[in-house]
Write a protein that binds this ligand. Sequence first.
Ligand SMILES: [Zn+2]
Length: 389
Amino acid sequence: MRRRNRAVLLTRLYHDGPLSRQELTGATGLSAASVSNLVGEMLEQGLVEEAGAVDSDGGRPRTLLRVRPGYGYLVGVDVGETRVRVELFDLAMSGLAKADYPIESARPAPDTVVRHVLAGLDAVTASAGVPHDALLGVGIGVPGVVEQGESAVVHAQTLGWEAVPLEAMLRAGTGARLYFDNGAKTLGRAEMWFGAGRGARHVVIALVGSGVGAAVLTDGVSYRGVSSSASEWGHTTIVYGGRRCRCGAEGCLEAYVGAEAVLDRWRVARRGRAVPGPDEESGIAALVAGAERSESAARVLEETAGYLGAGIANLINLFNPERIVLGGWAGLALGHQLLPRIREVAAAHALRHPYGQASIELCRLGPDAVSVGAATLPVAQLLSEGGTR
Ligand SMILES: [Zn+2]
């Protein structure tokens, strides 16, 4: 009971602080005595600190409280398509140090990724002068499906990873508490806590990069299914018998709106002429910029808006969210231009009632927030335990 009440207070302070004891009493429904008692414990523990005061009507000024940023530190890891990023944060999610390790191969060996994560862990803690035992935990966002259990196992078909025992492999090199989730889901958590999802209860975060994924969240908890592979939105069929997807199936959404697929469709529309730019990001930028001059670019963008709008309509019909947040680097690059058209197509394909309840918006944090979201995994644990561990 005490632990549960501490969890309620700490969670409220973390997300909405600084707050006074009076505000905490009002917001949590706990008694004033109980708030005062538990806050006293947390102040003594160094988990909470005073953060100035506000005047109250006629009475004594009220002391404000917040979670102390230096109580503990977090590491967020983004195992991305082109690099492994390791980032150190304090409890207020201020970035303190960062290390990036480029990935050369499209199908990196798990050993290589593990080596980068462990090197990054040493690099960021050394550079910020944070000892390993001050780490509350390390959150790791990975491509593909994370099977949680005794020890997390990763299935990432597009990387050629089958049942990779990533947790056991990292365990050999660090004693920190480890947390794993799909990268799209960690980005979703970051948007929920600090971005476009804030304040909404039922949200779908739809992410488009080279790959395509989604996180379906209700009250901050993501829908997982039997082995956490729920919401592999990119591999739902949008065209029966359509283009071949990286996963081996035909007609997946990813085979139409993933960055690689969009550029390939543009190449076909240009009768096989190579698309401009050395990489996918510059290719997508050239496509968006070329829409006014080039008929092929305009057509490919219009079709992309169509596939995305139809895919989003499927999300609306399946999950009845109040907000759909579109992001990922390609999702943002395309979305800035195509959002009005995407909304029109979604409206035409979704059922009227759920469509009317849903807004479609763009991510606010940008694609780099995967590591931020990964670092919130140990914070969520701390909050749920009320800082009692
Ligand atoms: Zn697929």
